[in-house]
Design a protein around this ligand. Structure first.
Ligand SMILES: [Mn+2]
Length: 427
């Protein structure tokens, strides 16, 4: 007689772990919490393992992009193996398909602990987990730019089993992600499975109710393009019925803040807005599990009386914001500050003025069309650039590009508008 099959169990579905993702460019920033940010993908993996142990999960599935691509550092694979063996000690198995990033990783051939099963990249493979009455189907990417419909190669559901499909796919496409292993929700539903564990899209979303077709999002945000809480999906199966819960497991949080300065009239008021935003970001990043580093990008917007002062004092204001942030005594770091403010008066309004400022605005606005003047300015700028040391700031490289393109009209128009704004708001 067969052993009794457990028909109620939990499992964890994670994807896009990108272990040891370098978080490029971090060391270029002053005051960057480099260790906390670089170590975040490892901490998040530890959190995943801790959750699987705490919830007594039957098994864990990882739907691709476990590794981050062109890594060679063997310590990444060793760290992964060590964490997986913590699950192995409790007889918790781990099922993985490789995604586009793993396919090119040198770490893909590293030995893995016995409790870890990597599904084939030659064909869709089925693994039985008999003690829970589960059949797991999956297929790894064999190469990065997998453009075939892999879902079509998956078998139909195994009768009398709870069927799970693991697949790294863009489904029918996503603006921010490469369109790998394309397939439709209908392709997936047609297999008759109970749960589809997808990977590739870095945000949590459920694409279909029954069967559940789910992206858990990535385990840890890796840049300001990946904001908000990240984690994995805890799936509870009770006699075949599925319940989902997205559990937050990240160790650092990215945050993109827009601060509207429209109604702000003084630098003091601006700093109050910044303080409030950073406090809120630090609060949002912390939870019962404790504080996390919040990496915040601040973008200032709005037609504001402060615009002229921002142009004049940009460096000081930036410094003041960094000082304010580090003085909060919170785990918050300002990654970047972007000014997109505008003057209260439009260029057309100023040009319509019947005074010296209106006259100047009109002349400056037309300067870009004056070929002779542009050539003179171009010569001056080139001479100036030749005297500058290497390692230009972003703004300077914009200038450099404009000189190379032989088109300074845009920059002259902007500089003219800024100059006039300062005149108008200075009076
Ligand atoms: Mn990914």
């Amino acid at each position: 007689m067969e052993d009794a099959v457990q028909t109620s169990f939990k499992f964890l579905h994670a994807a896009d772990i990108h272990l040891d993702s370098p978080m490029r460019g971090l060391s270029n920033y002053e005051n960057a919490p480099v260790d906390a940010m670089r170590g975040a993908t490892r901490e998040a993996l530890k959190n995943l393992v801790n959750l699987a142990l705490a919830e007594d999960c039957a098994f864990v599935v990882i739907a691709g992009d476990l590794f981050d691509g062109s890594q060679r550092d063997i310590s990444t694979a060793l760290f992964f193996a060590k964490e997986m063996s913590r699950l192995g000690q409790r007889n918790i198995r781990v099922f993985i398909v490789f995604g586009n990033h793993d396919a090119e990783s040198q770490l893909r051939t590293m030995p893995r602990p016995d409790n870890v099963t990597l599904l084939s990249n030659r064909r869709a493979e089925t693994v039985e987990v008999p003690e829970f009455g589960v059949a797991i189907h999956g297929r790894s990417f064999a190469r990065r730019d997998e453009d075939r419909n892999l879902a079509q190669t998956y078998p139909v559901a195994t009768a009398g089993r709870f069927n799970i499909g693991i697949l790294h796919t863009a489904l029918t496409g996503h603006a921010a992600h490469e369109n790998y292993a394309p397939c439709s929700v209908t392709d997936l539903v047609s297999k008759g499975y109970d749960y589809w564990a997808l990977g590739h899209i870095h945000d949590f979303s459920q694409r279909h109710e029954n069967p559940a077709i789910v992206y858990p999002g990535n385990l840890q945000g890796r840049s300001v393009r990946e904001t908000g809480a990240k984690g994995a999906v805890l799936v509870t199966v009770e006699n075949g019925a599925v319940a989902l819960e997205h559990r937050v497991l990240d160790a650092a949080r990215w945050d993109a803040g827009i601060i509207d300065l429209t109604a702000i009239t003084s630098p003091h008021g601006m700093m109050e807005q910044v303080r409030d935003y950073l406090e809120a970001a630090a609060d949002a990043a912390a939870d019962a599990a404790g504080a996390r580093v919040a990496a915040v990008r601040l973008t200032f917007t709005g037609r504001t009386p402060l615009h002229a002062q921002i142009i004049r004092d940009e460096r000081n204001l930036v410094e003041e914001i960094h000082v304010l942030a580090s003085g909060l005594g919170r785990d918050v770091w300002v990654e970047k500050i972007i000014f997109q403010t505008a003057a209260i008066f439009s260029q057309a309004e100023i040009a319509a003025r019947e005074d010296a400022i209106g006259d100047l605005a009109t002349r400056l606005a037309g300067a870009g069309q004056d070929g002779e003047l542009m050539a003179l300015i171009g010569d001056d700028v080139r001479a100036l650039l030749n005297k500058l040391p290497a390692g230009l700031s972003e703004q300077d490289s914009q200038l450099l590009q404009a000189v190379q393109d032989n088109d300074l009209s845009q920059l002259v128009a902007e500089a003219g508008a800024d100059l006039v704004a300062q005149l108008v708001e200075g009076d």
